[in-house]
Design a protein around this ligand. Structure first.
Ligand code: NDP
Length: 369
């Protein structure tokens, strides 16, 4: 980026946040500074490039609202974005964070559809939520019902929406149909399990083996899993051959590599595999036989793209309402989580980076602490 362009981008960021480059990065709350934001000036290792920075309050522009953020969850994609390895690359410097829940504290003169105190979530990608407050275009923000729990709302727009769309948009599923997925204990996976249960679908969930596998299987069955199999058990299972369950119409792939090949083997003819993650960092290899003899469809899903094309659609509103209602009525539970104060953001980043996995909790940053 040229120096002048980078200066312009920096000026834009200042407009959004009231960022003062000369201020100390220590967290003194003196002078005009009354906010903090996790800002990055370069892509790189998240714990190194993220800087907890003081920001000054600024009035929203006419089409903007000011949001005081409460909680924001940390997703694998946030880490990949900071590393510069994700296809959506915000202009730098940028405030990190893609989702969260906040409260409207100020409203620009042209904005009609928000009131002070409304609970809100982002409705656009990478708006920068790891900040105590910020000014945003009103159409990049979505109002949610107040009874929706703060934790649930803080992780509303990525994982539940991904689970919802993947179950709705690729295959027509009717009660009794089977869905198979790997990464069954991931945050997305646990939401898939619960939505399958609510919509009367059978779910077969593949997880990595571990010392406490019985405990994990018990947990996933408690939230609604029909079956939970380790990768080794998947190779030898006769669940579908024995007709205990119908062969899956839909496979959701969070992992890729050999794991995905084993999942693919169980799809029924004309079935569909939707890939949405590559946690093993291995490629997806599709056996020719799956295409030739079973006419399997191999598809992909990216919530970021869906949001770009459907961000202001009725479908989007319907999805938020439906998921919100399920959370409110406790039919849907958030995946296990741990909340850390903003000052301890590195704990969240480091755990979300742990490629060995088996962390088992979603980290959430508390922007009020
Ligand atoms: P979580 O951190 O909750 O879960 C990560 C999962 O990956 C765990 O089940 C973990 O299993 C598993 N895993 C990690 N490494 C491996 C490996 N080498 N082999 C097998 N399994 C592995 O993540 P999320 O649910 O938030 O996200 C899951 C994936 O989905 C991520 O890749 C994320 O980027 C992607 N995603 C994509 C979206 C899209 O729109 N395409 C939207 C949302 C998420 P274990 O417990 O055994 O470690």
């Amino acid at each position: 980026m040229s120096r002048s362009l980078s200066k312009l981008v920096f000026e834009n960021l200042k407009t959004t946040l009231g960022y003062n480059k000369n201020q100390s990065r220590s967290i003194s709350r003196s002078g005009a500074c009354n906010g903090r934001a996790l800002i990055y000036n370069n892509y790189g290792e998240p714990a190194e490039v993220l800087k907890l920075t003081e920001v000054a309050d600024k009035k929203p522009e006419a089409n903007q609202i000011t949001v005081k953020w409460l909680l924001s969850s940390v997703n694998p994609a946030d880490i990949n974005t900071l590393q510069g390895k994700y296809p959506s690359r915000p202009s730098l410097p940028a405030v990190a964070g893609n989702e969260g829940v906040g409260e409207v504290i100020e409203i620009g003169g042209n904005v009609k559809n928000f009131e002070i105190g409304d609970r809100v979530v982002p409705n656009a990608n990478n708006i920068g939520t790891w900040t105590t407050r910020g000014n945003y275009e009103a159409n990049h923000i979505f109002k949610i019902p107040k009874p929706l729990g703060t934790v649930e709302a803080s992780m509303l727009i990525v994982n539940p929406c991904t689970a919802y769309r993947m179950l709705k948009d690729f295959v027509k599923l009717t009660p009794g149909d089977t869905v198979i997925q790997n990464g069954g204990n991931s945050a997305v996976g646990q939401l898939v399990i619960q939505l399958c249960k609510i919509w009367e679908l059978k779910s077969v969930n593949v997880v990595r083996d571990r010392n406490d596998i019985d405990e994990l299987k018990k947990h996933l069955k408690t939230i609604g899993a029909t079956e939970v199999l380790t990768e080794a058990e998947l190779r030898t299972t006769d669940l579908f051959k024995s007709k205990k369950l119908p062969a899956p119409k839909l496979a959701l792939n969070c992992v890729c590599g050999q794991n995905a090949v084993e999942v693919l083997r169980h799809l029924q003819a004309e079935g569909t595999m939707v890939t949405y993650g590559a946690m093993s960092r291995e490629p997806l290899t599709v056996p020719a036989s799956a295409l030739i003899f079973k006419n399997i469809s191999i598809r992909g899903f990216w919530m970021t793209n869906w949001k770009k094309t459907h961000g202001n659609s009725e479908e989007n509103t319907k999805m938020f309402e439906e998921i919100g209602k399920l959370f409110e009525t406790k039919k849907l539970q958030p995946p296990p989580y741990k909340i850390v104060p903003l000052s301890k953001y590195k704990d969240a980043i480091i755990n979300a980076l742990n490629t060995d996995g088996k962390v088992g909790v979603k980290y959430i940053i508390d922007l009020t602490a």
